[in-house]
Design a protein around this ligand. Structure first.
Ligand code: BTN
Length: 242
């Protein structure tokens, strides 16, 4: 069955979703928590997930696809979340490749797509979604205030997290079906409408190198194309963008 597993407090919903995936949980299984005490971000960072103010959840999918297709799911999720926030909260959201959703230049959402796969086939794909919803500015440390915001801070309103979750899941189901029947192209088009990275001069930092250049677009796999000053194209699978 497609169960929703709800917890008051967990280390990380991502960790629980991985375990359920190994125990053969079905596609559509959702893990959601009021609080995470060791929420995980990309590149081995932690994700601050205080009690009762945000959406901390992980969705298990089992697409019959090779692992190279996984980055596309981060983009599918981004589109589903942007449209949900715009509809429910009336706020304009920008996408910063690969996985950041920003309001007025500050981070509102992070997406972490992880896999259990072999070289040919995805066994499980876990989309972790963290959304800052009802935090006040004082709830963030000074350091986090510089880079992050919440839907409440941006609008002055308090939102029902369940209403937002419902809209996100509705959109995810819709775009997953579009993806399965029509491929990535229609989703890529919507994604590009919200993306602020494309067409800009950027610096891409990975764990061990730094490349500067023009972000010229994304491939059909959802990978960023970066043209450096020598005109050489680099394919960036994951990086911090500045
Ligand atoms: C990032 O921007 O670095 C990605 C952050 C992803 C955070 C979410 S919150 C729910 C899920 N559980 C985790 O431990 N992380 C993801």
């Amino acid at each position: 069955g497609r169960f929703v597993h709800f917890f008051e407090s967990v280390e990380s919903t991502q960790k629980i979703a991985h375990r359920l995936a190994q125990e053969n949980a079905d596609e559509g299984t959702l893990v959601i928590a009021e609080e995470q005490v060791s929420g995980r971000g990309r590149m081995a960072r932690t994700w601050y997930s205080p009690k009762g103010t945000g959406i901390w959840m992980s969705l298990l999918l089992r697409p019959s696809l090779p692992p190279q297709k996984a980055p596309q799911f981060t983009l599918i999720a981004a589109v589903a979340i942007v449209e949900a926030i715009e509809k429910v909260c009336g706020l304009k959201v920008d996408i910063k490749w690969p996985n950041d959703l920003l309001i007025n230049g500050k981070k509102i959402t992070g997406i972490l797509t992880e896999l259990q796969a072999d070289s040919e086939q995805i066994h499980s794909l876990i989309i972790g979604i963290g959304i800052n919803v009802n935090q006040d500015i004082e709830d963030f440390s000074e350091e986090i205030q510089q880079i992050a915001t919440s839907l409440h801070i941006e609008s002055g309103k308090t939102f029902s997290r369940a209403g937002i979750v419902q809209e996100i899941l509705f959109n995810l189901e819709k775009y997953y079906a579009v993806y399965i029947s029509e491929g990535f192209e229609p989703i890529k088009e919507i994604w590009e409408k919200y993306a602020i990275t494309i067409g800009k001069h950027i610096t891409a930092r990975t764990l061990n190198k730094e490349i500067k250049g023009l972000a010229s677009g994304i491939t059909n796999e959802g990978v960023l194309k970066l043209i450096d000053e020598n005109g050489e194209t680099h394919l960036i699978y994951s990086a911090d963008i500045e």
